[in-house]
Design a protein around this ligand. Structure first.
Ligand SMILES: *Cc1c(COP(=O)(O)O)cnc(C)c1O
Length: 704
């Protein structure tokens, strides 16, 4: 027997959304109240349990973080819906502050919104139950469902007993119904996660049978007039197991469109009910569009579906950052390196994260935000624009501009609370005259002869401290051979440090508080035994790489933060003698399979890498880059790798399986240092943050 393969679960969401619209419009009311009762209070009651089960089904396959993302998304949708329906709430009036709180926490602020808090509480509560093990969680959820049943369809029967009545009074003082995240949701979430699979004929027969029995149950309760509400029936879980099993049995894949449209219909239909009434009144079609229940249902459904379809058509479709080539940032590695460098700097020294040049090609906003969350308060950039960009991205604390800024830009320095480096005496005087009272750090030249006032010109330095219109909050110098272990260079570094230290002492002796003092960059921390002053300006080491593979005095174990990936665009076969790429620089010597990767020198990859023995990883195998690197593409010899296809991932820097390509190796092949290689990685490469388990830490602590 061939079974039809459909994204059945997602498609059924559409049907379930139509049933929910039916619940709120009673389509058959005008024709047969009994039939309408059956449709909207019995059959349509499969809709919400179905939504819960389909959520449980997909959530069961997710990790903690995936569940965290799901909850966050659900919460955002819920809050957006609460705001959307605020005008309707205000128009209806009569909501006290406690009603609002209860509404938001449990029942939703409009009649259909109860589903969202029920789902969120249900998922959280179910995860707690699962700590008792699956075998215990399911019976407990079933008992909770039975308790819920007593407060719902069976209330009239069970409330005959005073004790039980008091018990439910207690529940109803907190929440108006028992159809919520505690009594209703856990059972359905667990039932779908349990993945019960019945043979399709059995499931189909079971569904018909249980639905019929549930109908009988409902009519009996309805007739006896014992229902307080009609969301829950004794036979509903059994009926759902059959229905869900049937759907899972013919499910294949997912259908985003059905998902999004069903959600929109669910969210929007109460608004459409109001709109249809308005339209009916204005156009004199009240008898057709409102009084006739089927006309009403049809109008509401058409309007909801129409608006949902339009919204779906114009939904935002942002680019997928991993569609061509991208930089991936490992936040754990970044945090780890920051910790290691803090330790190396010592207890009295604070880390100043150098995030100039787009954080050495790692994405300054991303890196600075991650570090800020990790407790870093000081950042350094190269220029004014970089500083402003960080402030706009919400970075607080000190942002030091390490380079020269035209004093005519002083207003911007002040407005964005940036700290400017005083590049020399003339710069200091010019900044002082602007009248903006700019915060500055004094640069002192101890031997690099780039920026700074000469360390031995005490008079000029003292004059800076007397200038009005600038606030000197720090003083620093920069080492120029701290990356070298040659004896002369070590001496030079020592003299630089000595002269900086002496200067600070002289200032203090004259009663001047020099502010934050700092000298070391990455290689200062790695190679010098000097004390590290108040701040350490770490750049390259923060990113987990060394400038090159030269030896260092304190080799810290650092973790590379950046990986560089590109997609395979096309694969082709060359016969011996055929050439590939510009200048025919590659000639095949054997039958050769060439993969084209969608990354080139315009993305910041050095063009010389092609002719300098550059390699990339494809399916975990190192493959040579061949021919000349183009502006937007490069060629890889993948003859020795089976089954390379367009869309596959090529690793240019980073790990694939057991193989690693280090930034240090690539830099060396191109005759440069990692600082240059990484900082040139272009703006065309989106920055993607690798999902880390620790960003879901709060959820983890809740559940595990
Ligand atoms: C770039 C820079 C740094 C950071 O140097 P790394 O070697 O990458 O740690 C520190 N200080 C100044 C003045 C810089 O220009």
């Amino acid at each position: 027997m061939t079974r039809s393969r459909l994204p059945a679960l997602d498609l059924f969401r559409l049907g379930a959304a139509v049933l929910v619209v039916a619940i709120h419009t009673s389509p058959l009311e005008s024709f047969s109240p009994d039939l309408d009762f059956w449709l909207t209070r019995v059959a349509a009651r499969v809709a919400v349990p179905f939504f819960l089960m389909v959520s449980g089904f997909f959530l069961a396959k997710k990790d903690q973080e995936g569940i965290g993302r799901f909850l966050k998304k659900t919460l955002l949708i819920y809050l957006a819906a609460v705001i959307f329906y605020l005008p309707m709430n205000l128009y209806a009036g009569g909501f006290s502050p406690t009603d609002w709180l209860r509404g938001i926490l449990w029942e939703g602020t409009l009649y259909h919104l109860w589903y969202f808090p029920a789902l969120i509480w249900g998922v959280l509560f179910t995860r707690l139950l699962l700590h008792l093990g699956r075998r215990r969680a399911l019976p407990i959820a079933a008992i909770l469902y039975l308790i819920g049943l007593g407060g719902d369809s069976y209330y009239g029967i069970v409330s005959a007993f005073p004790v039980i009545r008091q018990f439910y009074d207690l529940i109803f003082s907190v929440t108006e119904y028992t159809r919520n995240g505690i009594f209703l949701a856990p059972l359905f979430l667990l039932l779908s996660a349990a993945n019960i699979r019945l043979q399709p004929p059995l499931a189909a027969a079971g569904f018909c049978l249980t639905l019929s029995a549930m109908s009988a149950e409902a009519f009996w309760l309805h007739g006896a007039g014992v229902q307080r509400h009609d969301s829950m029936y004794l036979l509903l879980p059994l009926c759902m197991v059959c229905l869900f099993s049937l759907l899972v049995g013919c499910n294949s894949g997912r259908c985003r469109t059905a998902r999004d449209i069903s959600l929109l219909v669910y969210l929007l239909h109460p608004g459409c009910i109001v709109a249809v009434r308005g339209i009916a009144r204005l156009t004199g079609t009240w008898p057709i569009l409102v009084e006739n229940s089927l006309g009403h249902f049809t109008a509401v459904l058409t309007l909801s579906a129409g608006i949902s379809g339009l919204l779906y058509l114009f939904r935002p479709l942002p680019a997928d950052p991993k569609s061509r080539s991208w930089r991936e940032i490992d936040p754990e590695a970044l945090r780890y390196n920051a910790r290691v460098l803090r330790q190396a700097a010592g207890p009295d020294c604070e880390l100043m994260a150098v995030v100039k040049a787009d954080a050495y090609g790692h994405g300054a906003k991303t890196v600075a935000s991650l570090l800020q969350k990790d407790g870093v308060h000081s950042f350094a950039v190269a220029c004014l624009e970089e500083g402003i960009a960080l402030r706009r991205a919400g970075i607080r604390g000190c942002i030091l501009v390490l380079g020269w800024t035209d004093p005519r830009q002083a207003a911007r320095l002040a407005r964005w609370r940036l700290t400017q480096t005083v590049a020399d005496a003339a710069h200091g005087h010019a900044l002082s005259k602007t009248g903006y009272n700019v915060r500055v750090h004094l640069a002192v030249d101890t031997g690099m002869h780039r920026l700074g006032l000469p360390a031995d010109d005490l008079a000029a330095i003292l004059e800076m401290y007397r200038l009005p219109g600038i606030r000197i909050e720090g003083i620093f110098s920069h080492l120029c051979v701290s990356d070298s272990l040659v004896a002369d260079d070590i001496d030079y570094t020592k003299r630089q440090a000595e002269s900086f230290r002496e200067l600070i002492k002289k200032l203090k002796d004259r009663g001047i508080s020099p502010g934050k003092t700092h000298l070391m960059a990455s290689y200062g921390l790695l190679n010098c035994d000097e004390p590290s002053f108040d701040l350490a300006r770490a750049g390259i080491a923060l990113y987990g790489v060394y400038s090159d593979d030269a030896p260092v005095y304190h080799r810290l174990e650092l973790h590379p933060v950046l990986s560089l990936y590109a997609r395979v665009a096309s694969v082709r076969v060359l016969s011996p003698g055929e050439s590939a790429g510009y200048g025919r620089a590659f000639i095949a010597e054997r039958p050769t399979r060439i993969a084209v990767a969608a990354i080139g020198y315009a993305d910041g990859l050095p063009r010389c890498l092609g002719v300098r023995n550059g390699r990339v990883l494809v399916h975990g195998v190192a493959c040579p880059i061949v021919g000349r690197i183009c502006m937007d593409q490069l060629l890889i010899d993948v003859t020795d790798v089976e089954g390379v296809l367009p869309g596959d991932t090529v690793t240019l820097i980073g790990r694939d399986g057991s193989e690693v390509i280090r930034a240090e190796t690539v830099a060396e092949q191109c005759g440069t240092i990692t600082n240059e290689l990484l900082s040139r990685l272009g703006v065309r490469l989106p920055v993607v943050v690798r999902s880390s388990s620790s960003s879901a830490a709060f959820l983890k602590s809740l559940f595990s």
